[in-house]
Design a protein around this ligand. Structure first.
Ligand code: PLP
Length: 446
């Protein structure tokens, strides 16, 4: 055991040097980003207002984006594989989205009354998603989940919510170990993801107090780890048996088909939350589901649940979102995009196999995760089996190496494909990964 620990430490030493070297090049090439970061430190904690966009020593500042390209303030151009954590499905400045925003802008932006976009957008969503009989809008995925939970609690009269280890449902719904200090204070029941027996035992023990089971049909933040269909099906059956609302958080996965992952898997939850690309890149989210549950919000009803939110029907996001769904994210386009993501995943995994290295791509359709780790990855527990320092160093190295070759993705290896990415972008990305695997071979094997 002690020998194994020493070996890990020795291997990390070489890794640390490689990371320090790559980091020095990153810093030297980005003096303007560094200056802005240092200036921002004066008024924002860590110079940052969205933690996921921060990485050490400082993230480069993006000056502009077009199509699937980003340019930073130091003039580096990147192929954008992050796709704004899946909100950027349409790429940057898509003419269809821009035209819809410009047209809506002409008529005013904060009208303080129902507008002409909300009904058609709601109808389009209900037409697409099997679980949506009625839907309401809000501003972020976090808020959509908050209201879905509130709706389930009011409907069932029970307090508790089952969530899953390493799950992420928004800034105050974060279930990785140690990150839960600021979570909303609901009575949570934390279950092991993709562990059917463990989950069902907990579910049965807590059934009398559970209002909802809230699950990502693929855990995105945890590393693009899909739920097994049998696991979700068993959740569906158990929830029906005990009168618990099953909520699918499809904030990210809704792009995997016109009807989301629920349509692809043929499993219909009671409630669904949506967000990210829904507003065409502007702020918009939605929650909805069974008419009986959602009708609680009907203001004509006695004892209706109020659902407030100044910007719930914000005009620009709704106009952009509706144009995006109707003209760009058609069923055919989303199907082709799903296949494209699956093919990219297969090509990356074939590369890793050819190199014989512990490296893999996980995910589903256009939402993918790169991991410098071998073996089967079914849950955050599997990822946590790797030495955390080694994992962090390898992910940092991958990040620097890909940035240096002009490819932008999240430091943790997360990527989402946008529609304007070209085949040439994919070839260039695959060749950058191929080079990473060749150059860093010894460090990956150590
Ligand atoms: C599955 C999932 N749910 C909810 C959220 C929260 O969405 P937002 O950042 O819009 O609050 C996210 C954001 O990444 C997410 O991935």
């Amino acid at each position: 055991m002690a020998t194994a620990r020493m070996a890990v430490r020795a291997a990390n030493l070489g890794l640390e040097e490689a990371v320090a070297d790559a980091e020095a090049r990153y810093v030297a090439a980005r003096p303007k980003s560094r200056a802005i970061f240092e200036q921002n430190l004066e008024a924002m904690p860590g110079g940052n207002t969205r933690t996921v966009l921060f990485f050490r020593p400082f993230p480069m500042v993006i000056a502009r984006g077009h199509g699937a390209r980003l340019v930073d303030v130091d003039g580096h151009e990147y192929v954008d594989w992050l796709g704004e954590y899946s909100a950027g499905l349409y790429g940057h400045s898509h003419p269809v989205i821009l035209a819809a925003i410009r047209e809506a802008l002409e008529d005013g932006i904060a009208l303080g009354g129902p507008n002409r976009f909300e009904g058609p957008l709601a109808a389009e969503l209900c037409r697409r998603f099997p679980s949506l009989e009625l839907v309401r809008f809000c501003n972020s995925g976090t808020e959509a989940n908050l209201f879905a939970i509130a709706a389930a609690r009011a409907f069932t009269g029970r307090p508790a919510v089952m969530v899953f280890e390493h799950g992420y449902h928004g800034g105050v719904f974060y279930f990785i170990p140690g990150a839960d200090r600021i979570n909303a204070p609901f009575p949570w029941v934390l279950a092991p993801y993709n562990d059917l027996d463990g989950t069902l035992a907990l579910l049965e023990a807590h059934a009398h107090e559970l209002a909802a089971v809230l699950v990502e049909p693929m855990q995105g933040s945890a590393g693009a780890l899909p739920a097994e269909p049998g696991f979700l099906r068993a959740l569906r059956e158990a929830c029906s048996r005990y009168g618990i609302c099953l909520i699918f958080d499809e904030v990210m996965t809704s792009r995997t088909s016109a009807g989301g992952l629920q349509a692809r898997l043929g499993i219909t939850p009671d409630l669904t939350s949506l967000g990210k690309y829904l507003g065409g890149g502007l702020t918009l989210s939605a929650f909805g589901g069974k008419a009986a549950i959602m009708a609680q919000f009907d203001p004509r009803r006695p004892q209706a649940i109020p659902h407030a939110g100044t910007f719930n029907n914000n005009v620009l996001a709704m106009a952009a979102g509706l144009a995006g769904l109707r003209k760009l994210a058609t069923a055919e386009a989303l199907e082709a995009h799903f296949r494209r993501g699956e093919q990219l995943k297969e090509k990356i995994n074939a590369l890793a196999a050819r190199h014989g290295l512990p490296f893999q791509c996980t995910g589903c359709g256009s939402i993918l995760g790169l991991h410098c780790q071998g073996g089967t990855l079914r849950s955050g527990r599997d990822l946590a089996a790797q030495d955390p320092l080694r994992r962090e160093l390898l992910q940092r190295l991958l990040h620097y190496d890909l940035l240096e070759r002009g490819h932008y993705l999240a430091r943790r290896g997360y990527l989402t494909l946008s529609l304007p990415l070209t085949e040439a972008d994919e070839r260039s990305f695959l060749s950058a990964i191929d080079e990473f695997l060749s150059v860093r071979r010894n460090l990956l094997l150590a």
